[in-house]
Write a protein that binds this ligand. Structure first.
Ligand code: 6PG
Length: 471
């Protein structure tokens, strides 16, 4: 290798790409960078990387030939078509054994398709989820790599040194073949949606039922977060304390109540439905964003039905809100991990949930101290749900009454509890030895002769529910 060559290359100089380049260089590697639009690369080099061992390149050929072999190229462009376009441009320039790493939020099925294509050309492809936003990219993200094992080993040292560092090691570990990494990142985002929505509902309940100031709400979230040490709770506290420069009001008050989404939460629910895994809190969070987007319709219907809102004062309710939130958050992880286990079976990923918990422990958006007992839970053989784990049984026992109280109080008003009630109903369903599905079986048999099973006898049964001749 010539000493002039770079050990790592990054394509895509938006903020994530810039920050990761700086992070990887900081870890001791020379990095080449390239962006479709020259000016971005030039700006980055001049303003942020002038004294760094970062090589700015302006042609793809120049970029590729600046890299030592096997070349390691991280793509950080918008998920979807742009990834395919970059791959198509790279393939003729790269050589056997070179490695392409897709660090975006790609759909796992796109990753499977790209793995086939790239491996078919004798190169390697690592579908790699990267979480932690701009800050994480610069200071240590959580990295979820999947794909060819030996290709991962080639880049492991670089990725692990750029990842967040915990006492148990870096938050980057090989997860499994093909799209394993992107699948895990997708579920990470599904959990992210569910936790965010649970927090939003509790904020809304505190604001409307308890009439607390933003500062007081921030204090409550801060106190509850002692137990969780969760990043999403931490930023909630800071958001609640932020003042709007223009009006002097809490900034949150002037932010429009419609939430956008890029799709990863929806993909989680879609995949869960495909695999037959219930993830109602995640799905509720996706629904909540869809409902929030109907701002005009909501306004019109509020005029029609607004007077039906019925608020009372709820004393001694705060403590319940904290417990309900805690439990809804645990339940979001329980659903996501259940999905990961099923997907691992179905797609032969061979996922180790303890590795996933280690990767999520720091650097990512759903990082929290909860990942320790979660990891501990999955150290026991045969655990099929967090609800059954010894680490969480006491928490469920202690907090379920609060979750019931909160959902029931909110249900008496026009305030929403989509995620909180989904978590409660998930718990109620999974812990009910008997459910009303006997009625569903009977109905199916009635209208479609789909048969049913009995509680007292093996086999399938059918009843002539109606006398067809007389109907
Ligand atoms: C992360 C985030 C990141 C991004 C989400 C936002 O882990 O760093 O999840 O990937 O912020 O994709 O997703 P929505 O636009 O769907 O909310």
């Amino acid at each position: 290798m010539s000493s002039e060559e770079s050990e790592f290359g990054i394509i895509g100089m938006a903020v994530m790409g810039q920050n990761l380049a700086l992070n990887i260089e900081q870890s001791g590697y020379r990095v080449s960078v390239y962006n479709r639009t020259d000016s971005k690369t030039k700006d980055f080099k001049q303003k942020r990387a002038s004294d760094r061992d970062i090589v700015a390149t302006y042609e793809l050929e120049e970029f590729i030939s600046s890299l030592e072999r096997p070349r390691k190229v991280l793509i950080l462009v918008k998920a979807g078509k742009p990834v395919d376009m970059v791959i198509d441009q790279l393939l003729p320039l790269m050589e056997e054994g070179d490695i392409i790493i897709d660090g975006g939020n790609s759909h796992f099925q796109d990753t499977n398709r790209r793995v086939k294509k790239v491996e078919g050309e004798g190169l390697h492809y690592l579908g790699t989820g990267i979480s932690g936003g701009e800050y994480g990219a610069l200071h240590g993200p959580s990295i979820m790599p999947g794909g060819h094992r030996e290709a991962y080993d080639e880049v492991s040292e670089i990725l692990r040194s750029a990842a967040a560092q915990t006492p148990e090691g870096p938050t980057c570990k090989y997860l499994g073949p093909r799209s394993a990494g992107h699948y895990v990142k997708m579920v990470h985002n599904g959990i992210e949606y569910a936790v965010m929505q649970s927090i939003a509902e509790v904020y809304w309940a505190m604001k409307n039922l308890l009439d607390l100031s933003h500062e007081d709400m921030a204090d409550r979230f801060e106190a509850w977060n002692q137990r969780l040490d969760a990043y999403l709770m931490e930023i909630t506290v800071e958001i609640l304390r932020e003042e709007d420069e223009k009006t002097g009001r809490p900034l949150l008050e002037v932010i429009l109540d419609t939430a956008k989404q890029k799709g990863t939460g929806k993909w989680t629910s879609q995949s869960a439905l495909d695999l037959g895994v219930p993830v109602p809190t995640i799905t509720a969070a996706v629904d909540a964003r869809l409902l929030s987007a109907r701002k005009d319709q909501r306004g019109r219907l509020d005029e029609l039905y607004g007077e039906l809102g019925n608020y009372e004062t709820y004393e001694g309710f705060e403590d319940d809100l904290g417990k309900a939130l805690y439990l809804s958050i645990v339940t979001a992880y329980a659903q996501g991990l259940d999905l990961l286990e099923e997907a691992s079976e179905e797609y032969n990923y061979g996922l180790d949930i303890q590795d996933v918990a280690q990767i999520w422990k720091d650097g990512c958006i759903i990082r929290s101290d909860l990942l320790d007992p979660i990891s501990e839970s999955y150290s026991s053989e045969g655990l099929d749900t967090l609800l059954a784990s010894e680490e969480f049984q006491d928490d469920y026992r202690e907090a379920i009454p609060s979750l019931r109280k909160v959902v029931s109080a909110l249900s008496k008003t026009d305030l929403i509890c989509l995620a909180l009630s989904a978590s409660l109903n998930y718990f109620n369903s999974l812990t009910a030895e008997r459910l009303p599905a006997n009625m569903i079986q009977a109905q199916r048999d009635y209208f479609g002769a789909h048969t049913y099973q009995r509680v007292d006898e093996e086999g399938t049964f059918h009843t002539e529910w109606q006398d067809i001749k007389n109907v």
